[in-house]
Design a protein around this ligand. Structure first.
Ligand SMILES: N[C@@H](CCC(=O)N[C@@H](CS)C(=O)NCC(=O)O)C(=O)O
Length: 219
């Protein structure tokens, strides 16, 4: 008997890694049940440890296999759903896709710290800290190189890949903090926000009642 497939996630409003893992599972066409945890409470953390060895979300449970950490989940989903196209078909493009996913996974700490994901709020005219501006510049360069090489409308051409899932929370941050973008990047953001999966996730984020005061202050 195979155990049921679950994805452990936390707040849909605040948890950018949850969004990435959830989008990856949806893009892969995986059927799964969501387990929602609130990692901020001590009791929940104990419960989360049973579900995710790193005490971090997301964590996928599939066929008796526990996979935590978003990059590992992305690669695992690509293995079990090879036809979903989470990675591009060409080897060079696959390497490029993995490289920019890795860059997102291990970098952009200034952007992540200064502009936390918060789907329920907008901060018009928000003044972005200089180091976060460097991250934004690097991200838009990455996007432009992808558009030039693969022709859009997604980062690796006509089909969305794991890279679009990895950068989706950046798209939402650009909207939340009113980051000014050139036309091509703005069009990409619009396209990602119009994905049915994004509409569904954002809709559910808006219904969440719990707020984290530190992340909701006026900057
Ligand atoms: N490297 C991890 C990062 C995951 C992560 O930082 N998750 C945050 C939520 S966005 C978390 O679970 N935090 C729990 C906590 O801080 O208690 C991954 O790729 O999955």
């Amino acid at each position: 008997m195979t155990s049921k497939t679950t994805l452990t996630i936390s707040s849909k409003n605040y948890s950018s890694w949850s969004l990435r893992g959830w989008l990856l599972a949806r893009f892969a066409g995986l059927e799964f049940e969501e387990i929602m945890v609130a990692p901020d409470s001590a009791d929940m953390r104990k419960e989360l440890l049973l579900l995710s060895p790193s005490i971090l979300v997301p964590c996928l449970n599939h066929d008796g296999v526990k996979v935590w950490d978003t990059l590992a989940i992305a690669e695992y989903l690509n293995e079990i759903k090879p036809k979903a196209g989470l990675l591009p078909a060409q080897r060079a493009a696959r390497a490029h896709c993995r490289a920019i996913c890795g860059e997102m996974h291990s970098g952009f700490t200034s952007l992540r710290g200064a502009l936390p994901m918060n789907l329920k709020r907008t901060f018009p005219g928000h003044k972005v800290w200089a180091r976060a501006l460097d991250d934004i510049e690097r991200i838009t360069t990455i996007w432009h190189e992808c558009f030039a090489q693969y022709g859009g409308p997604f980062l690796f051409g006509k089909k969305r890949t794991m890279a679009d899932a990895m950068y989706a929370p950046v798209v939402t941050r650009f909207k939340t903090y009113d980051v000014k973008l050139d036309a091509a990047c703005a069009a990409y953001c619009k396209r990602i926000l119009a994905l049915p999966e994004m509409i569904e996730w954002i809709d559910e984020a808006h219904k969440e009642v719990e707020d984290i005061d530190e992340l909701d202050m006026e900057f």
